[in-house]
Design a protein around this ligand. Structure first.
Ligand code: PEP
Ligand code: MG
Length: 916
């Protein structure tokens, strides 16, 4: 460890924004602001390296004490005040700040340095007794809570008793004497809770605070935040110690939070809130309702002008939208923090595009500025403008979108209910970091208090979750499980709909409509498409889905699950007849009913995807999904098929399987009942012929599911090609087509070379491949997977984010093996992972030709594919091709090892055997 502490202030700084990993985001930006002459209170940053050392060794590294003393000395020099001085004491703030911003997750101490003597100095220096005692009161409260672990409620109760006694709505109505008595009681509370007196020595206070910040890196909510946002645990936090400036020194002082552009819409205007005569925590805590930043122009005109100029300088310098915290102390503006502003996706898109037009960034940078993981925010539904709505209350539109769910007042209940599959809306007076997991679980968040920069608003926006804050008409009685608003009462479990775009809370389940992405979105997507190499198709089962997919930019269909067509209307009855038929003739008769319906669907899909490939999968799912199970269903089917209920029950018993997911499904079904495959193949090729006659360019790709051996595919492939040939001959017309397979069983991936001999394309079915590689049933994962995630046994749900080490390895081996045998083998993936950005990156690196995902996620996949290509291109020789080659080489090496091991017989492996 070299330098432990970095100073800043007075127009200079030891560090800069390049030092983010050691100074944290906050420290690096404070240094940078100081360097470019922005007024920041002087201070210093203790590096993240020191934090890591402390957490590892449980004590501070050698030399830290001297370095801190020296840096504090510099603050004293710059402010002309000294630490612990009884006449005009230097007070400091102590804040955490990791390399990645974690809003509200870590703790802050203000006014450090106060004790019974220095408080008098503060009083005489400012001539304001109330201010001095209020500062001291806040300090003891915060320090007691954050550093000494005293239950925060004890302080709140004491404050509430005081405001009640004085009959004032808020603590701002308390006098200096009141605050003096409260401070003294607070110290008694600390003594009672900890057994020790409150530390009076400013140096002891400082070290206590510094170490508390280090430890706060590992508090539960910080760990939870990092887990959700994929932030590595080893990074550690820096500690920023800074001279205090005061926004609560009267009417010429104030404090605020502002964004350089509107974080909801991206519009270029100063956007934020401020409070006159207040300290920073008042704005964020949502206790007093702040004023819009525009009002600052009237209230504090000079400081406002300065703020406008400073924010402009900062945007030009950082070339991004920033989130600024400032304080005005007796008319002087100080910036306390600047960081990249969190924004909705709509804002991210607009800001990126406008910054390209303003020549601040280039198109590539613009593409990288939009996070694909949040893109579906833009594609979120809105409240149907024609729907009848019953408004319960209004609040501030903190994060756009619309969501419906059941009212839930408790974050733990929200977690539990959502785990049980319920849709809940978390309704709170305000949120705190302790509510974080409940917010993750909820479909939307509503608060009765707080502004647009309150905790709830910032966190929900970050998650892309619909949110309304400050709905002041809500009177929440959480413990009783009810709320009142405007003469109405709702109970826990009642349905509401949240309109995060307009800030409305509506009663009941209100219909929503699909979003229409605007021009800025289209420009970003065009730039993304120009930069990606991976193809993006859609999983679409119906003509309507296919049309939607094309609108979203799909370059074909990667998976059409034909069984989904069978669930429409009463088609399923014919399918049931077909499955339960006792003779081939009866089965054929049932299939004849289905054929025209399938054919028409295919024609419509070919029309929607004119000129683009359409991968049609033959019937796959386990039969039990089609068979009637409910009593009423069984009776309906018996009537339909002219059978008795007993007969139907006997048939059902015959088809019952202990483990249908691993039973008669996929290609096995076609082997047992070739008529089904024949009907489907006929429907596909007859539709192709018809489409071609209509002047369309159908490009069918017939896909066989759940293949384990090359032989299965050979049998099916031959049969399908024969059917195609006979239909084309009869029509005197030929349509180009392919026959390929899904790779969704480990055996198929491992024997991909043989399978490729029979297949013209592969599509990895990573849903089944994950199921069969992990041995986790897709249907039953819900019972234990959440626990695995909670305990950190798995970092992600492998059905959402591809397991690169295991399943990913099979994808690499399968791709490499397949292409060894057939150079032009087309390889794609059509499991759920096709729309997951992290998995898309992996597929790009593995050199796949395309991913296929649900229509709504197509833009996500397009953008993720562009990010993957751009990230891969960073650094010499790290082109996507080079990476794909490396992935292939890895796979080939692994394969060599596997083969070598497999070639060793068990007897060899056991060593020399005795002669028999
Ligand atoms: C898969 O297994 O990944 C797949 C796409 O097929 P299904 O989900 O229909 O089994
Ligand atoms: Mg599958």
């Amino acid at each position: 460890m070299t330098k432990l502490v970095y100073s800043f202030g007075g127009g200079t700084a030891d560090g800069s924004r390049e030092d983010r990993s050691i100074l944290g985001g906050k420290g690096a930006n404070l240094a940078e602001m100081a360097r470019i002459g922005i007024p920041v209170p002087p201070g210093f940053t203790i590096t993240t390296e020191v934090c890591r050392y402390y957490l590892r060794e449980h004590h501070n590294p050698e030399g830290l004490e001297e370095a801190v003393a020296d840096a504090l000395n510099r603050i004293e020099g710059r402010t002309g005040r000294s630490f612990g001085n009884v006449e005009d004491p230097l007070l400091v703030s102590v804040r955490s700040g990791g390399a990645v911003s974690m809003p509200g997750m870590m703790d802050t101490i203000l006014n450090l340095g106060l004790n019974d003597r220095t408080v008098a100095g503060l009083e005489s220096a400012t001539g304001n007794a109330r201010f001095a005692w209020d500062s001291y009161r806040r300090f003891v409260q915060m320090y007691g809570d954050v550093v000494l672990g005293v239950d925060a409620q004890s302080f709140e109760d004491r404050l509430a008793a005081a405001t009640k006694l004085r009959n004032v709505p808020h603590e701002s109505g308390l006098s200096a004497d009141d605050l003096k008595a409260i401070t003294s009681d607070f110290k008694a509370i600390v003594r009672d809770h900890t057994g020790d007196p409150f530390p009076d020595d400013p140096w002891l206070q400082l070290w206590g605070a510094i170490e508390a910040v280090f430890r706060s890196w590992n508090v539960e909510r910080a760990i939870a935040y990092r887990r959700v946002h994929g932030i590595p645990n080893y990074l550690g936090t820096a500690v920023n110690v800074q001279a205090m400036v005061f926004g609560n020194l009267g009417e010429t002082s104030g404090t605020g939070v502002t964004f350089t552009r509107d974080p909801s819409t991206g519009e270029r205007r100063l956007f934020g809130e401020f409070l006159v005569n207040a300290q920073g925590e008042d704005v964020v805590a949502g206790i007093r309702t702040p004023l819009s930043i525009d009002r600052m122009a009237e209230k504090l005109p000079e400081a406002y002008e300065r703020l406008v100029a400073v924010q402009d300088t900062l945007e030009q310098h950082f070339r991004d939208m920033l989130d600024l915290e400032f304080t005005v102390e007796r008319g002087h503006l100080f910036l306390l923090q600047s960081r990249t502003g969190k924004r909705t996706t709509a804002a991210a898109v607009r800001i990126a595009v406008e910054m390209v037009d303003e020549k601040l960034i280039d198109e590539t940078e613009a593409v990288l500025r939009v996070d694909p993981r949040q893109l579906d925010q833009l594609l979120h539904p809105r409240i149907d403008p024609n729907a009848a709505t019953d408004e319960l209350a209004r609040g501030l539109p903190a994060s756009p979108g619309a969501a419906t769910g059941r009212v839930c007042f408790d974050p733990d209940d929200a977690v539990r209910l959502s785990r049980d599959g319920q849709e809940v809306i978390l309704v709170r007076n305000e949120t705190s970091p302790d509510d974080f997991l409940g917010m993750v679980a909820a479909r939307a968040v509503v608060t009765a208090r707080g502004g647009i920069t309150s905790h709830a608003a910032v966190v929900a926006r970050g998650m892309g979750k619909c949110c309304v804050v400050g709905a002041q008409d809500l009177h929440i009685e959480g413990k009783q499980g009810r709320l009142h608003a405007n003469g109405r009462t709702l109970q826990t479990g009642d349905w509401i709909t949240v309109d995060g775009t307009a800030g409305r809370i509506l009663i009941g389940q209100v219909p929503t409509v699909e979003p229409e992405p605007g021009d800025d979105f289209l420009r970003i997507m065009t730039w993304a498409d120009e930069r990606r190499t991976l193809g993006v198709r859609a999983n679409a089962d119906t003509p309507a889905d296919a049309r939607k997919a094309r609108e979203f930019g799909a370059e074909g269909i990667g998976l059409c699950r034909t069984e989904h067509m069978f669930f429409e209307g009463d088609r399923v009855q014919a399918v049931r007849e077909m499955i339960l038929a006792e003779t081939g003739a009866a089965r054929a008769a049932a299939l004849e009913k289905i054929l025209p319906m399938q054919r028409q669907d295919f024609i419509d899909i070919f029309r929607a995807m004119d000129g683009l490939p359409v991968t049609i999968r033959l019937l796959d799912p386990p039969l039990h999904e089609f068979l009637p199970s409910a009593e009423a269903d069984i009776a309906t089917f018996a009537r339909h098929a002219g059978l008795s209920i007993d007969d139907v029950m006997t048939l059902l018993e015959r088809y019952r399987e202990a483990n249908p997911m691993l039973g008669t499904r996929g290609v096995r079904l076609a082997i047992l009942y070739p008529e089904i495959m024949e009907m489907q193949a006929r429907a596909i090729f007859e539709a192709a012929v018809e489409a071609e006659r209509q002047g369309l360019r159908p490009r069918p790709e017939v896909m066989i599911p759940l293949v384990a051996t090359a032989k299965e595919l050979a049998i099916q492939g031959d049969a399908i090609r024969k059917i195609a040939t006979s239909i084309f001959q009869a029509a005197d017309l030929a349509v180009p087509y392919l026959v390929g397979t899904m790779i969704e069983l480990p055996r198929a991936a491992l024997t991909a070379a043989e399978i490729a001999q029979e297949a013209e394309f592969f599509s990895f079915g990573t849903n089944d491949l994950t199921q069969t590689t992990f041995g986790i049933s897709r249907d039953d994962a819900g019972t234990f997977l959440p626990r695995y995630l909670e305990d950190g046994i798995l970092a992600d749900d492998p059905f959402q984010v591809l397991d690169r080490e295991g399943v990913g390895q099979l994808v690499q081996i399968g791709t490499w093996e397949g292409r060894q045998r057939r150079r032009d083998l087309k390889v794609g993936i059509c499991g759920e992972h096709g729309g997951d950005p992290s998995s898309v990156e992996f597929f790009h690196e593995t050199g796949l030709d395309y991913v296929s995902c649900s229509p709504f996620r197509v833009p996500v996949a397009r953008l993720a594919a562009a990010h993957a290509a751009l990230h891969a291109a960073v650094g010499p020789g790290r082109t996507s091709k080079a990476r794909a080659r490396r992935a292939e080489a890895d796979a080939s090496e692994r394969l060599r090892l596997v083969r070598r091991t497999a070639a060793v017989t068990p007897a060899d492996a056991a060593g020399p055997q005795p002669e028999v």
